[in-house]
Design a protein around this ligand. Structure first.
Ligand SMILES: Cc1ncc(COP(=O)(O)O)c(C=O)c1O
Length: 311
């Protein structure tokens, strides 16, 4: 095992408004796994890296945008595993010195290949993937965001590390890999509350697609998605969009709990939890929030806004 998940404690948050409503809130601190291979990143990479090693491939080839947490995590995990990594990056105007994320990838030994947006749009196309196979022979291809079967199976392991009874699990959603993995391991009577960070995102059909593709069982998929509650209006304008209110919430939450959240994923989930609490929708519940990391990406926002989120 390259990274231990031992650091990922289940931390209880004690606040007055939770007490008043008889709510217990726990955070599964996957953000503490590693500074770069943090949150859901190691969960998604674990079995993919294992496959690369067991198939005796030279390295991992994967895809990402200019600020992709997944690219840095892949570069770091591959370095740790002693294998190579290639990142196909969206945007041929970029260079390996364009930002901190890309610089870190290179520092971890990743070879970056910058492609136009129209080329990048072909990342799921079989012919393009075959072309990449020819260009980078003997590399194990992992889709953008680690969104494949092995990624999902790694995320399923999170729940085996949560030894308490819970009523609701809250998690951020991008590709749905993490939420689908969680869904596979959840208790019968509990619900999975997802916060998609993209606008107009059809969470349920995206989840159905990944689950069906992985487990080939429509009936089981039907049963599983019944446990999902979608908070579809918590995206704050869409991917990588945020408001002053959200940034202030993250600062306040850190001041009260010392738990860092990011404005792109985890902050949007935690503010939703507190809105639901205010509405009385979570009274008497035991809630677990899965901290999926993202703190490395928050650095760029702090620089851009000239603020400190964690003081
Ligand atoms: C910090 C963070 N949280 C949550 C997610 C969403 O996870 P998923 O893409 O598995 O739905 C991502 C994206 O991978 C992420 O970087």
């Amino acid at each position: 095992m390259l990274y231990s998940t031992e650091n990922s404690i289940l931390q209880e948050i004690i606040l007055d408004n939770l007490n008043e409503r008889n709510i217990q809130l726990f955070i599964k601190r996957d953000d503490l796994i590693d500074p770069f291979v943090s949150g859901n990143k190691w969960r998604k990479l674990k079995f993919n890296v294992e496959q690369t090693l067991s198939q005796k491939k030279e390295g991992v080839l994967t895809f990402g945008g200019a600020f992709s947490n997944h690219l840095v995590a892949t570069a770091a995990a591959c370095k740790q595993a002693g294998i190579k990594s290639v990142g196909i990056v969206r945007g041929d105007e970029l260079t390996s010195d364009s930002n901190e994320t890309l610089r870190k990838c290179v520092e971890f030994g990743m070879d970056l290949e910058f492609v136009s947006r129209s080329k990048y749009d072909l990342r799921y196309d079989r012919i393009y993937k075959e072309e990449l196979n020819i260009q980078f022979p003997n590399y194990y291809q992992v889709p953008e965001g680690g969104a494949n079967f092995y990624g999902m199976m790694g995320c399923q392991e999170i729940l085996s590390e949560i030894p308490i009874d819970y009523d609701s699990i809250f998690v951020a959603q991008g590709t749905t890999t993490t939420s689908c993995g969680l869904l596979l391991g959840m208790k019968e009577e509990s619900s999975l509350r997802v916060v998609p960070v993209l606008k107009n995102y059809d969470s349920i059909s995206e989840m159905r697609q990944l689950l069906n593709y992985s487990i080939f069982d429509e009936e089981l998929t039907d049963d599983l998605v019944k446990k999902v509650v979608v908070h579809s209006e918590s995206h704050f304008g869409g991917y990588a969009k945020y408001t002053k209110e959200l940034l202030t919430f993250i600062q306040d939450f850190y001041a009260k709990t010392q738990v860092p959240l990011d404005p792109i994923y985890t902050g949007k989930v935690m503010i939703t939890i507190f809105e639901e609490i205010e509405k009385g929708n979570l009274d008497n519940q035991k809630i677990v929030f899965i901290h999926t990391g993202g703190i490395q990406g928050a650095k760029a926002i702090q620089e851009k806004e000239g603020i400190k989120l964690y003081v």
